[in-house]
Design a protein around this ligand. Sequence first.
Ligand code: NAD
Ligand code: MN
Length: 355
Amino acid sequence: ARTLRIGLIPGDGIGKEVIPAGRKILEALPASLKLKFEFVDLKAGFETFEQTGAALPDKTVEILKNECDGALFGAVSSPSKAVKGYSSPIVALRKRLDLYANVRPVKSVMTAKNPIDMVIVRENTEDLYVKEEKTYEAADGSKIAEAIKRISEKASFRIATMAGEIALRRQKIRESGAPSIHKSPLVTITHKSNVLSQTDGLFRATAREALAASRFSSVGVEEQIVDSMVYKLFRQPETYDVIVAPNLYGDILSDGAAALVGSLGLVPSANVGEGFAIGEPCHGSAPDIMGKNIANPIATLRSVALMLEFLNEETAAAKIYAAVDGNLEEGRLLSPDLGGTATTTEVVEDILRRL
Ligand code: NAD
Ligand code: MN
């Protein structure tokens, strides 16, 4: 039996309602999987900031680094006006744990009228998000602001390699009988190298090189300019399998793609580094519905499965995905964001029953 130690960081708002559901589904996995879980409750978020002066206490980072195999992160509230000393704990966590990839699967149920099933693999450490900005004055006294867009061969190579691995893993899951709209693995490289020939040019060339490795010989590789990609993403989303993108394009594409499946409450993500993964629902702390027991727990439950995939527990992950799909396809116990009347508790119970 393998024991996995999982850090639980509920954060703010509905994070406190959905992360306990994530813990429940891990505890409910069938014993035949020979998996045990230990949980560590950890703090981060705006409430933590107000209580302790730090949105991400060092202790949280140290415990994750030294004691945990993976973690679940709920959501945090960011104040709409800048508050002195506060910055987003998830952004800091990605940095401090070198979680260099943000992985976001966007999938409808296969019984949908136009089913889609894609995953966006976003580079998470560089590009414009190195935040090297400056403002200065032009000769006429008006302001000019500039930012550095940094693309490295190393980061581009490892993110494209991860996209290739994910494409292979998805193919393996298909071959094991999971219903899918794709027949063979495909990675689409996103860039704008027709304009940014050096930065995006390097991303494109390096991604091509990484995906030319012999172990990816069964993976189809194509590329697309980011603006036409947005067009095609909305017109023919079903054509995409795995999309790999530099940080900024990946950020924008992944929120856009999430809109294709109807509710933020359905879309999971994972922040992934070497041997560590944090599952995180894509939605925020949803203050408008907090405390009412109506938050959709599915984004979190799928994030749990995604975390398990990156901890090499694909069978356990597949069980969770199938249980969630069962709930959605039957459509009897749905939360209000999907047009239903079920509570968070009822949705979780229905999904646990299907494990
Ligand atoms: P949000 O994702 O919290 O909510 C947007 C809308 O979607 C709301 O109407 C909400 O009720 C609904 N929604 C979100 N998750 C849902 C779920 N699981 N079930 C049902 N409905 C759900 O985004 P927002 O309102 O723009 O931001 C609220 C707070 O969350 C802000 O403080 C923001 O900074 C923060 N935020 C955090 C993250 C994160 O932690 N990664 C991401 C986005 C926003
Ligand atoms: Mn974003």
